[in-house]
Design a protein around this ligand. Structure first.
Ligand SMILES: *Cc1c(COP(=O)(O)O)cnc(C)c1O
Length: 223
């Protein structure tokens, strides 16, 4: 099942988005057991993303191979120390004080941390991230921090089946990404798209999608 899902996805995901960029699939592994994650990796998953620091720590040593590690959930500043140096890309830098703390701790550890700025594109109260209108000034502030490398932007679209709205929001994200990419050669990733909306997101210019349900089936929150 997991193997087949991964195989199907790897065939279904276009090699390139309409902007000619390779599309990277990140498996969202929250609440999944190491065995299942390893099955996905054996089937071709190269990138995995956690939401919770505790889960990241618990599972870390049980993951086979050397997949790239992403952190995609809300990160509390007091928990950075547990994952510092083990994350290839932090998707969810959603506020200035997190960026400052991550830079400070990275500097002390003499490393550079790769990050994406999370943008609250739907302007939703329940979601984190910089507002669309404050994104450029947030970028300028974070850019000054010495031990971070901003590799792009991340967004979660609202849960709605209003396709026109979703397309409009996703395209606005791409527009913002292109604007910042023009002045920053480090920009490489627009992380946008989950199981329900990834096709639309790739069509609108996402080049990194984070899929859980499509790979592992519905999550069991009671475990
Ligand atoms: C859980 C999660 C995903 C994957 O969600 P699915 O709908 O299961 O594909 C993607 N991104 C983030 C930030 C998540 O928390």
């Amino acid at each position: 099942m997991i193997e087949q899902n991964v195989k199907n996805l790897l065939t279904e995901i276009p090699d390139k988005n309409p902007f000619g960029e390779k599309v990277t699939l990140v498996a969202a592994i929250k609440l999944q057991q190491p065995d299942d994650i390893n099955r996905a990796i054996a089937a071709g998953i190269t990138d995995i993303g956690d939401n919770h620091v505790q889960e990241f720590k618990d599972k870390y040593d049980f993951i086979n191979g050397t997949p790239r590690r992403h952190f995609i959930g809300h990160l509390q500043t007091n928990k950075i120390k547990y994952i510092l140096g083990k994350v290839d890309l932090y998707h969810s830098v959603d506020r200035l004080n997190l960026a400052e703390e991550l830079s400070k701790r990275s500097e002390n550890a003499q490393i550079t941390s790769n990050i994406l700025l999370q943008i609250n594109i739907g302007n939703e109260e329940t979601k984190g991230g910089f507002g669309f209108d404050e994104a450029e000034s947030a970028y300028e502030s974070v850019k000054k921090l010495p031990a971070l490398k901003i590799k792009g932007l991340m967004a979660m679209l609202p849960f709605t089946d209003d396709t026109a709205l979703l397309k409009s929001l996703a395209s606005h994200m791409r527009g913002l990404y292109d604007k910042l990419k023009q002045k920053d050669g480090n920009f490489e990733y627009l992380s946008m798209g989950m199981s329900g909306d990834w096709k639309l997101c790739v069509e609108c210019g996402s080049n990194m999608i984070r899929l859980g349900t499509c790979i592992f089936g519905a999550r069991n929150y009671n475990k």
